[in-house]
Ligand binder design. Structure first.
Ligand SMILES: Cc1ncc(COP(=O)(O)O)c(C=O)c1O
Length: 394
């Protein structure tokens, strides 16, 4: 007989919440190590360990820039995607307020964009929250109809963190440029997963981070096209071209550079592999009675699935899956402690009780075909058992 500890050791552990965060790639971890204790210098120092830190910083800047075909000096390192989005919205709004005070964002943005926009409203800016269709897609024509003479900035995410829908960024950027409006996109979920070319896609500012792509937490970037004026959020020593003062997190940035290098080599094959697993998971789960896919059937991230199940609560599903060793999420990671239904699911037309019955399974490097088979084996039984005791099912 196995004792309890042995049993839990034997239990299968499957991580399917890669949209929330990812484990650090061992190759990136190895690349980071020397920058904690040996090459620990400050990038602003003139002596050799400082110069080595500065060299590593600039090498990572080059790597990150080349992934999105940006110029090296248009890459600013920050502490997170949240910080990059705050800098893009607030920094741009304040530096350009003489040109106008109207901003447009989509209504399905991550909270760090939505809340920055709400904060700007309190500072006297006007914000239009663009609706999306039932799949979460923005209509570029509708965006055009909302652009005014005083519109200075449009911020629309590349791919949604909850439902995985990929927006028509190139067309959106084109509309912005036709009207001489700056276009920012939050690419935290797409960076390193699907190709991005800031020039071909008409992007002026772009947000990304390392921890969604097998890099460390606490490192982000904002691409800012040359010529765009931003007011910094942090004032001080003038790091990062004066846009983000504070001693640079060299080890983290080296880790970011390393995962970007890995993504350049592996992104295409990994996207193909994950798309197959995703489609198998979707097909299998939709065989469960009264289950529905959230988000677009094809214009979605290779690793994203999101469903709603009638008559049950997403939280119960997540807890029961956890008991079977599967880590999943309801809606988005950031709002999992909130009782409010996900704003994204509400905007695409779900009723609150439907949104509360949602489950997000997001795939990544460690997931294999057998993991999909396992989820397709345990999930239908969990759904069935929960429905038996559901007060919602008459
Ligand atoms: C689309 C999107 N934007 C921004 C963020 C915030 O990222 P960070 O954890 O680096 O602040 C996330 C993370 O959940 C995200 O999914």
């Amino acid at each position: 007989m196995l004792n309890r500890n042995e049993k839990s050791e034997k239990m299968r552990r499957i991580y399917m919440d890669y949209a929330a965060t990812t484990p650090v790639d061992s190759r990136a971890f190895e690349a980071m190590k020397p920058y904690f204790m040996t090459n620990f210098g400050n990038t602003m120092s003139l002596y050799s360990i400082g110069r080595e830190a500065k060299r590593a910083l600039e090498e990572s800047r080059e790597k990150v820039a080349s992934l999105i075909r940006a110029k090296k000096n248009d890459i600013i390192f920050t502490g997170s995607a949240t910080e990059s989005n705050n800098l893009a919205l607030k920094g741009f709004a304040f530096a350009n307020k003489k040109k106008g005070k109207h901003i447009i964002i989509s209504s399905i943005e991550h909270h760090c964009v939505l809340d920055s926009a709400h904060w700007l409203e309190k500072q006297g800016f006007e914000v239009t929250f663009l609706p999306v269709d039932k799949y979460g897609l923005i209509d570029p024509k509708q965006l055009e109809d909302h652009i005014r003479k005083d519109t200075i900035l449009v911020s629309i995410m590349h791919a949604n963190n909850e439902i995985g829908t990929i927006e028509p960024i190139k067309e959106i950027g084109k509309v912005c440029h036709d009207y001489d409006v700056c276009f920012h996109t939050d690419a935290a979920q797409s960076f390193g997963k699907i190709p991005i070319d800031v020039n071909k896609m008409n992007i002026d500012m772009l947000t990304a981070n390392a921890h969604k792509m097998y890099g460390p937490k606490g490192v982000g970037t904002l691409f800012v096209r040359q010529g765009i004026k931003l007011d910094p959020l942090l004032h001080g020593g003038g790091h990062e071209f004066g846009l983000r003062s504070s001693t640079v997190n060299v080890a983290g940035i080296v880790g970011f550079g390393a995962v970007v290098d890995i993504a350049k080599k592996e992104m295409d094959s990994e996207a193909k592999r994950l798309s197959k697993l995703r489609d198998k998971l979707i097909e299998g789960i939709l065989k469960i009675d009264n289950s529905y896919l959230n988000g677009h059937p094809t214009l979605r991230l290779p690793n994203n699935t999101n469903f709603w199940f009638a008559f049950i609560e997403g939280e119960s599903l997540v807890l029961h899956l956890d008991m079977k060793g599967v880590a999943a999420s309801t809606g988005s990671a950031c709002s999992s402690e909130s009782l409010e239904p996900s704003h994204v699911l509400m905007v695409i037309g779900l009723k609150p009780e439907q949104a509360h019955g949602s489950l997000r399974l997001t795939l990544g490097k460690q997931n294999k075909n057998a993991d999909i088979d396992y989820v397709l084996e345990v999930l239908p039984r969990i759904v069935e058992n929960l429905r038996k005791i559901s007060p919602f099912k008459k």
